[in-house]
Design a protein around this ligand. Structure first.
Ligand code: UDX
Length: 424
């Protein structure tokens, strides 16, 4: 078998570009295709249209092995393994919209010359249903576990590689496994449905961990415990682990909300009520309501109040605003009659039309100037470095709701702020 097998990548959104660039870095010729011509054009010029550390460098370094096109023909001509990296966004009902996956299948026509390697997150059962309809088409489930902001590193140093295939596609699964051989990661070889479930269950579990610690935080506020101390003490237990135990105003992003909803929905469609995930979603909602409650506790009615939101991105080091808490908060605050100003070092412009009329500030200080309260939504490092004494002079009322327990509470209280964290 050719160790440096050429590969196809269909869809060069965030997952697709990272996959293409990393496979090229591993020495493979990569034939990537996207229907959006501008994206193809900018990537062909070596410009990466998304904010992801290390990615522009990787694309530049491997430009000779990376071939982008808006046309499927070169991909089908040069590669047998087709990594499907298209969007599978949620529909209104919470199910995944698989129309882009269907479009890829349509383009393949009746040909069974290629193997589909599914990177996109799809409902459990998708692979089986595709294979049932398309007899003879090889299919390998190979879910991605990339985190935004560390996607290149997550690809190159994965905790595990999951490869699901039925017997009739096993030799293609072997070829997919060979692509990852250099990465020295544990490989989980399994059936397609289990591979699909591993992806959804992993994200649902992490979201559950977050909602769990958020509930511990809420109870800690009532009982006088400090959730950061509690998480530290819990996390040292190997069976629990310290990761994903940061309490806050809830999870967002392109994966957790969608995947929790999808698994819940999938269970429901099969006649099983996934009680735990219903609660996970409710707690995530509750965290936002509690944030508004904390503002009202000190300010009373929010009508006419100037509220600064620090951070728009769903987490730091990304410009991604999908399912970002900031969007919900700015809408709710506007609904309460407040005037909202937002600042984010990279994501604000992108969010402009979705911020319910909020004013986009040029700097954190600009957002805080004259404000009645500030809510720290995204833990960008620069917010820790602010001249808080100056902020205190500029704010109309010195209320800080630290939605990520990120700021130095003692220093802020010392400086005269009214500080509200999460669970402490
Ligand atoms: C996630 C998964 O981690 C990744 O494996 C999957 O492939 C895609 O979804 P991502 O959405 O990029 O990755 O972000 P992640 O760093 O996991 O954070 C998700 C959300 O949870 C953020 O809004 C973050 O602020 C929040 N979070 C995370 C917490 O509130 N507390 C934590 O302890 C950790």
């Amino acid at each position: 078998m050719d160790e440096k097998e050429p590969v196809g990548v269909i869809g060069v959104g965030w997952v697709g570009v990272v996959t293409a660039a990393c496979l090229a870095e591993l020495g493979h010729e990569v034939w990537a295709r996207d229907i959006v011509e501008e994206k193809v054009a900018s990537l062909s010029r070596g410009e990466v249209p998304i904010h992801e550390p290390g990615l522009p460098e990787l694309v530049a370094k491997n430009k000779d092995r990376l071939h982008f096109s808006a046309d499927m023909a070169p991909v089908l001509e040069h590669a047998r393994l087709l990594f499907v990296c298209v969007d599978t966004p949620p529909t209104y009902s919470g199910d995944a919209d698989l129309s882009r996956v269907e479009a890829v299948l349509e383009e393949l026509g009746d040909s069974n010359d290629h193997a589909l390697v599914m990177k996109s997150t799809v409902p459990v059962g998708t692979g089986r249903s595709i294979q049932r309809r398309r007899d003879g088409l090889a299919y390998v489930a190979n879910p991605e576990f990339l985190k935004e902001g560390s996607a290149v590193e997550d690809f190159m140093k994965p905790d595990r590689v999951v490869i699901g295939a039925e017997d009739d596609s096993a030799r293609f699964a072997d070829r997919v496994q060979a692509l990852y051989a250099a990465l020295d990661a544990p490989v989980v070889r399994t059936d397609v449905a289990s591979a699909e479930m591993i992806k959804l269950a992993s994200n649902a579990f992490l979201a559950t961990k977050i909602s769990f610690i958020n509930e511990i935080a809420n109870v800690s506020e009532e009982l006088g415990a400090d959730v950061s101390e509690v998480a530290r003490g819990m996390g040292l237990d190997d069976r629990i682990g310290w990761k994903f135990l940061r309490a806050g105003i809830g999870y967002g992003g392109s994966c957790f909300p969608k995947d929790v909803q999808a698994l819940k929905q999938l269970a429901g469609n099969s006649g099983y009520h996934f009680q735990l995930l219903t609660a996970v979603v409710e707690v995530n909602e509750l965290q936002k309501r509690r944030t508004i409650g904390k503002l009202q506790k000190h300010l009373g009615s929010l009508v006419g109040k100037e509220i600064a939101l620090l951070g728009v991105a769903f987490k730091p080091h990304t410009d991604d605003i999908r399912e970002a808490t900031s969007l919900v908060l700015s809408g709710r605050l506007a609904g309460e009659g407040a005037s909202v100003r937002v600042y984010d070092p990279v994501a604000a412009a992108k969010a402009d039309s979705m911020l319910a009329g909020a004013r986009i500030a040029d700097s954190a200080m600009d957002a805080l100037d004259g404000a009645d309260a500030a809510v720290l939504v995204t833990e960008w490092p620069e917010f820790a470095e602010l001249d808080w004494a100056e902020v205190k002079r500029r704010m109309r009322f010195p209320l800080i709701v630290d939605g990520r327990n990120f700021l130095d509470r003692e220093a802020l209280i010392e400086a005269g702020f009214v500080y509200e964290g999460i669970g402490r």
